[in-house]
Design a protein around this ligand. Structure first.
Ligand code: GTP
Ligand code: MG
Length: 319
């Protein structure tokens, strides 16, 4: 293909050999624009349009968008768009390098009652704040797998930061995931709503419970792992493409590191390839205080922070 022909590709319709039917299939799987196709892996798209077409359109989309190899300067430019979302606790923000970051997946794991869900609620409220107050002036997409979402609590947290509680609730788009396939489907279809509603934070609470419940047999572990990795990959792609913060929770009592495969391992053909998954382990401490520890992060230094779950929400521990 000549340079001139590449330039003409402006949207999905312009991709070589792609007809209405294929476009419809792509759209309904959440691939609504060139960027989402360009950043997909052949394997993912092959399930939708077949391997040959997948290969061809990914390549064409990448050429059209001029992605593939990029210079360190380009990476630097893209990283400049990374913003941070406050957790409500300065200590916890500092541990995270200034808050939960966009273009990344941040996972909190720990035992029951350690505060994973409460942190999610707080982030769902804080994301709506203006940047001066540590927010991203955007909405939240909340995928709930355990039916533990509590709008009453959201109202409390919103009031405590000076937001209109009604508006705060309206800015949280809620979806209940009924099983792991449904959960994956919700994420695959999220692109459209993310654009439409100015979503800046995607939460899955918890990301693992359905997978755990459904894949119990010994022989099923590999399959579970594969699906989870694909799911994480989809989340990372959304984070990259839409400059989103992604917050996921994972209930674990011990040995937190056996559940996920290495999410930083190169997955076939993704081009933005800078998986930046931050993993934080939270444990209970005295009273309403909790201790968070960075377990595994591409660039955050290891360390600990202490925070409190107060009636107003996540806060620093008062000295
Ligand atoms: P699992 O989902 O069971 O794994 O737990 P989790 O890590 O999600 O814990 P969660 O975020 O639900 O935290 C529960 C803790 O938060 C409770 O033990 C309470 O201490 C605190 N908490 C929950 N709701 C409220 C509330 O409305 N007000 C206050 N002040 N604290 C709350
Ligand atoms: Mg919870």
């Amino acid at each position: 293909m000549t340079k001139r022909e590449e330039k003409k590709i402006m949207s999905l319709q312009d991709l070589p050999g792609v007809g209405e039917k294929t476009i419809e299939k792509l759209r309904s799987a959440g691939y609504i624009d060139l960027m989402s196709v360009a950043t997909a892996s052949v394997k993912e798209l092959a399930e939708i349009v077949g391997e040959q077409t997948a290969f061809r359109i990914i390549e064409a989309a990448r050429n059209a968008l001029d992605i593939g190899f990029e210079t360190a300067a380009d990476v630097y430019e893209r990283r400049k768009n990374v913003s941070r979302l406050t957790t409500g606790s300065k200590a916890l923000d500092n541990l995270l390098g200034g808050g939960i970051e966009t273009q990344a997946v941040t996972e909190f794991h720990g035992g029951f009652g350690c505060g994973k869900t409460q942190v999610g609620f707080q982030l769902a409220v804080n994301v709506q704040l203006p940047p001066e107050q540590g927010g991203l002036e955007g909405a939240c997409l909340f995928i709930d797998t355990e039916s533990t979402f509590r709008p009453e609590r959201i109202k409390e947290l919103a009031e405590a930061v000076g937001l209109d509680p009604r508006k705060a609730l309206e800015n949280i788009i809620y979806a209940r995931a009924y099983n792991s396939d449904h959960q994956m489907l919700l994420v695959e279809k999220a692109a459209e709503i993310i654009k439409e509603k100015n979503i800046k934070l995607l939460i899955i609470d918890s990301v693992t419970s359905h997978f755990r419940a459904e894949y119990t047999g010994r022989g099923e572990l590999a399959e579970r792992q594969q699906k989870l990795n694909r799911h994480l990959h989809a989340l990372q792609r959304l984070a990259d493409v839409f400059n989103l913060a992604v917050y996921i929770t994972n209930q674990v009592m011990a040995r937190p590191d056996v559940l996920f495969g290495d999410p930083t391992a190169p997955v076939g053909g993704h081009v933005l390839g800078h998986f930046s998954t931050h993993r934080v382990y939270v444990r209970k401490a005295k009273g309403n205080t909790r201790i968070a520890r960075v377990i595994d992060s591409p660039y955050l230094p290891e360390g600990e922070a202490i925070f409190a779950i107060t009636p107003q929400g996540i806060r620093d521990v008062e000295e």
